[in-house]
Write a protein that binds this ligand. Structure first.
Ligand SMILES: [Zn+2]
Length: 192
C-alpha cells in the first residue's frame, strides 16, 4: 500500500539530507524516484536539492500553480516511477497536498514530503497544515536548540542577531536568517 508521508521539523534538521539519502536508496534498489522542490527556493540554482553536508541532486520545481497530479501522471506514462520525494513541502497549497494524496490513492505511488512545520511567528505553513491533516504517516526529524532541548520552532534574525517579530511569512533573498529553537526560547525571543 502506497502512503503519504510527511517528514517535518524546524530548520537545519537535515531534511534535504534524509531526502537525498532516500533517493539514493531507491536508485540502489533499481527503483526510480522523482524529486521536486519549490521554485521559490533560490539559495541554489533552480531545480536542485542541496544538503548542507554537501550532496545535491537535480529536481523538478513546483510553484503554487503547478498541478502535481497531472505532472506525476504524465511522468509515469513515460517511465517507471516508484516514489515521489518532495522538498520544501511547507510551500505547497492545500490543493497540491490533495493532489499528492491522489497520487498515492489513484496511482499507488508513495509520496514522501519534507517540510518545516511552523514559520517564524509560530504559525503553520499552508502546506504543512494540510499535510499534518492528510498524511498517513508523520515523522519528526529532530534538531536541537542552543540550550540542548529539542528545537521545534523557528525564529528569524536580522544581521545583528536580533529576532524579527513582524513581516511576511516568506522572504526571498534579504539579509535575515533563521535559527531553530525550543518553544521556551521561541517565546523569549518572539513573544515576551
Ligand atoms: Zn532552548
Amino acid at each position: 500500500m502506497a502512503k503519504l508521508y510527511f517528514y517535518y521539523s524546524a530548520m537545519n534538521a537535515g531534511k534535504s539530507t534524509v531526502l537525498l539519502q532516500s533517493a539514493y536508496n531507491y536508485r540502489e534498489q533499481g527503483m526510480q524516484p522523482l524529486l521536486f522542490t519549490a521554485a521559490i527556493d533560490d539559495r541554489f540554482e533552480q531545480g536542485k536539492i542541496a544538503s548542507r553536508i554537501g550532496i545535491n541532486a537535480q529536481a523538478e520545481t513546483f510553484t503554487k500553480q503547478t498541478n502535481l497530479f497531472d505532472i506525476i501522471s504524465k511522468a509515469r506514462s513515460n517511465t517507471n516511477l516508484d516514489c515521489i520525494l518532495l522538498d520544501e513541502a511547507q510551500f505547497l497549497t492545500e490543493k497540491q497536498v490533495y493532489e499528492l494524496s491522489e497520487v498515492v490513492d489513484k496511482l499507488s505511488i508513495p509520496v514522501l514530503a519534507f517540510g518545516i512545520r511552523t514559520d517564524f511567528k509560530g504559525q503553520l505553513f499552508e502546506g504543512s497544515k494540510a499535510l499534518l491533516a492528510w498524511a498517513d504517516k508523520l515523522i519528526e526529524l529532530k534538531t536541537v536548540c542552543h540550550c540542548g532541548s529539542k528545537a521545534t520552532m523557528v525564529i528569524r534574525i536580522d544581521e545583528q542577531g536580533n529576532p524579527i517579530r513582524e513581516g511576511e511569512q516568506i522572504v526571498i533573498g534579504g539579509n535575515s536568517s533563521y535559527m531553530s529553537v525550543c518553544r521556551k526560547h521561541f517565546k523569549e525571543a518572539v513573544i515576551d
